[in-house]
Design a protein around this ligand. Structure first.
Ligand SMILES: NC(=O)c1ccc[n+]([C@@H]2O[C@H](COP(=O)([O-])OP(=O)(O)OC[C@H]3O[C@@H](n4cnc5c(N)ncnc54)[C@H](OP(=O)(O)O)[C@@H]3O)[C@@H](O)[C@H]2O)c1
Length: 244
């Protein structure tokens, strides 16, 4: 793995949901810039090991983030391995589609347990350690769906809008030592785009294309290495779609 000079060199950064897709792309991008990445995964152990190998042989950590005690265990294991934590990227999330008239309590909890509740408790575990060591940086991956309403994803949009407000409130709570910012991806496909609604999104995007994992990772890396004076901010990486 070739290393690109960056002020992320040597920083310990935990990326949740990093076995594949966007989380893996973020982890590889950070590792290529010298960060010591911790790969978290939920169920995809083999893919997590592949991503870890692509990041230069970094460690992997399993935890079901829908269970708060497992979140505490995850951070304890990362701390035991690295002895510190400079950055956290809350990337893990769930995504489902439902007619809001048909959504059940279980459907609602399924999304919120990971997208909002786990994000909060990961922030809390990280902040305890970052405060003790004098500072750190947290980046929460939200979504264009936090900024724009999607009718059949009302529950997902609500969870991600919650992530944005959590980001702003925690930025206020933990300044000046810890910055808390959010990156809101637009359409970032990882397989062939078949779904008509995704094609409609891409047609409506001012950039006239979908985004790539590296483009989201670039914004994440910025927040992880920027001054903590930049905090509580949300950057959409969406080719301008949120401006329409
Ligand atoms: N892709 C897009 O176009 C897009 C657009 C807007 C926002 N986003 C946001 O960007 C982030 C990544 O997107 P993505 O499409 O790459 O996501 P994804 O593949 O749907 O999910 C990322 C990872 O989250 C992990 N995860 C889910 N529930 C978990 C749990 N209970 N415990 C532990 N891990 C859990 C999964 O890990 P395992 O596979 O190991 O189980 C999964 O690989 C998400 O926050 C998403 O909302 C993506």
């Amino acid at each position: 793995m070739e290393t690109i000079p960056s002020n992320l060199a040597g920083k310990v950064v935990l990326v949740t949901g990093a076995a594949r897709r966007l989380g893996a792309g973020i982890a590889r991008y950070l590792a290529a810039r010298g960060a010591r990445v911790a790969i978290h995964y939920g169920s995809r152990a083999a893919e997590a090991r592949d991503t870890a190998a692509a990041c230069g042989g970094v460690p992997v950590f399993q935890a079901d983030l829908s269970r708060v005690p497992e979140i505490a265990g995850l951070f304890a294991r990362v701390e035991a391995h690295f002895g510190r934590l400079d950055g956290l990227v809350n990337n893990a999330a769930r995504f489902t589609r439902f007619d809001p008239l048909k959504i059940t309590e279980a459907d609602w909890d399924y999304i919120h347990d990971v997208n909002l509740k786990a994000t909060f408790f990961c922030c809390q575990e990280a902040a305890k350690r970052m405060q003790a060591q004098g500072g750190g940086r947290i980046v929460n991956i939200s979504s264009l769906g936090a900024l724009r309403p999607w009718a059949e994803h009302a529950h997902y949009c609500a969870s991600k809008a919650g992530v944005v407000m959590l980001t702003r409130a925690l930025a206020k709570a933990w300044a000046p030592e810890i910055s808390v910012n959010s990156v809101a991806p637009g359409v970032i496909p990882f397989e062939e785009i078949g779904a008509p609604d995704v094609q409609d999104f891409i047609r409506a995007t001012p950039a006239r294309r979908a985004g790539a994992a590296d483009e989201v990772a670039e914004a994440v890396a910025f927040f992880l290495s920027a001054t903590t004076f930049i905090t509580g901010q949300v950057v959409a990486v969406d080719g301008g779609l949120s401006q329409r």
